[in-house]
Design a binder for this molecule. Structure first.
Ligand SMILES: [Fe+2]
Ligand SMILES: [Fe+2]
Length: 244
C-alpha cells in the first residue's frame, strides 16, 4: 500500500468550529491528528536535474506570507491534476502515459484534499490567487508540432515537479510549524517520483535525444527562479520588494 493510499484511508477529523464543508476537507494524517515523521528521501537527482537552488530571499518572503504559499500550493496541486488529465485525453494511444498519469492524478488530488485540510486546520479562508509567471514562462516555448509538443510538455512537467520537490524540502527546513514541515517532507517522495515519471515519458516518446531540450528548459526555468519577480507564488522568482 502506498503512503498516499494509506493516508486516503485515514479518518476525517470533525472539528466543532469548522463548517460542514471544512469538516469534510480536514484529513487527519493519523488517528492522533499527528503527521508521522516521513522517511528520509534522497532528492539528489532532483537537485542535479534542476541545476539551481531556491534563492534565500524567496524563502524569506515565503515565511513572511505562508497563507499565500499554502493557497498557491493548493492551486498547484489542482493544476497538476488538470494538466495530467488533459494529457490523458490528448494522447490516448500511449499506454505508459495513461497509467503513470492516472496514478499521478490520484496523488495530486489527494494532495489537494490534504492542503485544503491544512488550510481548514489553520483557519485559513480560501482566496483567489491568479497564477504566477512560472508555468506560462516555460509553456510559451513549447513547440507546436507532434510529438515535439508532447515531449516539451512532459519536460516542463518534470521541471515543475522537480522544483516543487526542491521547494518543499527547502521550506521544511525553515518553516516554524512542525506539522507543516512534516507534511512538506511527506510530499518529497511522490513529487520526486512525478519528476522521474515525466522525464521517463519524455525520453520514451521523443524520436530524438532530449538532452538539448532539457538543457534549454533548464535555462528558462532557472531564469524564472533566479530573476526578480513582483509576485509571491509557490514557484515565483526572487521577490523584487526584498531586493531594493
Ligand atoms: Fe502534488
Ligand atoms: Fe506532483
Amino acid at each position: 500500500m502506498t503512503d498516499a493510499i494509506a493516508l486516503a484511508n485515514t479518518k476525517l477529523t470533525i472539528t466543532e468550529n469548522f463548517s460542514e464543508v471544512e469538516k469534510l476537507a480536514v484529513i487527519d494524517l493519523d488517528q492522533d491528528n499527528y503527521v508521522h515523521q516521513p522517511k528520509a528521501v534522497d532528492i539528489s537527482d532532483v537537485l542535479a536535474f534542476l541545476g539551481c537552488r531556491t534563492p534565500k530571499l524567496w524563502l524569506t518572503a515565503a515565511l513572511a506570507d505562508l497563507p499565500t504559499i499554502i493557497q498557491d500550493h493548493a492551486n498547484c496541486e489542482k493544476k497538476a491534476a488538470g494538466t495530467a488529465m488533459n494529457l490523458i485525453f490528448r494522447y490516448m494511444s500511449h499506454t505508459e502515459l495513461q497509467l503513470k498519469l492516472a496514478q499521478l492524478i490520484r496523488e495530486e488530488m489527494l494532495h489537494y484534499e490534504q492542503v485544503m485540510g491544512l488550510m481548514a486546520e489553520r483557519g485559513q479562508v480560501w482566496q483567489h490567487i491568479p497564477a504566477g509567471r512560472y508555468a506560462a514562462g516555460m509553456l510559451k516555448h513549447k513547440r507546436t508540432f507532434e510529438p515535439a509538443a508532447m515531449v516539451d510538455v512532459l519536460i516542463i512537467g518534470a521541471f515543475i515537479e522537480a522544483r516543487s520537490c526542491e521547494r518543499f524540502a527547502a521550506l521544511a527546513d525553515v518553516v516554524d510549524d512542525e506539522r507543516l514541515a512534516k507534511y512538506y517532507r511527506y510530499l518529497l517522495k511522490s513529487e520526486s517520483r512525478h519528476f522521474e515519471d515525466y522525464l521517463a515519458l519524455a525520453r520514451s516518446i521523443s524520436e530524438e535525444d532530449i538532452t538539448d531540450r532539457v538543457n534549454f528548459f533548464r535555462d528558462v526555468e532557472n531564469d524564472l527562479i533566479t530573476t526578480p519577480d513582483n509576485e509571491l507564488r509557490f514557484h515565483s522568482g526572487v521577490p523584487n520588494w526584498l531586493t531594493t
